[in-house]
Design a protein around this ligand. Structure first.
Ligand code: AMP
Length: 113
């Protein structure tokens, strides 16, 4: 757990969140400022700063997170959804702990803004 990391604190239950799913490796919770009718985030419990810090030693949790996304989306009945991870300031990353947005329930445009 990294000091002063909002999502480390959320994964540890120190800051309240609206839980969607949890296991020993990851935590999923609804976004506080939803950008679609369904918008939740999936994060690893271990601190990884972003996709840019994924490597041979920690990539297993990323594969696991995608399994979780498929499972939770299925359980929520999502038939179409978008998975997004922003890396760095220009791409819009505001929290520096790896997270995957799962957005669903409205028409989406491409390319994203
Ligand atoms: P990003 O801007 O891609 O780094 O995504 C960070 C996301 O975290 C944003 O969509 C925020 O709305 C969301 N967020 C920030 N604080 C919280 C919180 N306390 N609980 C749930 N979501 C949050």
């Amino acid at each position: 757990m990294k000091n002063d990391c909002l999502f480390c604190a959320i994964a540890a239950g120190e800051i309240p969140s609206s839980k969607v799913y949890e296991d020993e490796l990851c935590y999923a919770f609804y976004d506080i400022a939803p950008q679609a009718p369904t918008h939740f985030l999936v994060i690893p419990k271990e601190h990884i700063g972003s996709v840019a810090e994924v490597n041979d030693a920690n990539s297993g949790v990323v594969a696991h997170i995608f399994e979780v996304i498929a499972k939770v989306a299925g359980e929520l009945g999502l038939e179409s959804y978008r998975v997004v991870s922003n890396i760095g300031e220009q791409a819009g990353q505001s929290v520096h702990h790896l997270h995957f947005h799962v957005l669903s329930g409205r028409d989406m445009t491409w390319p994203p803004g």
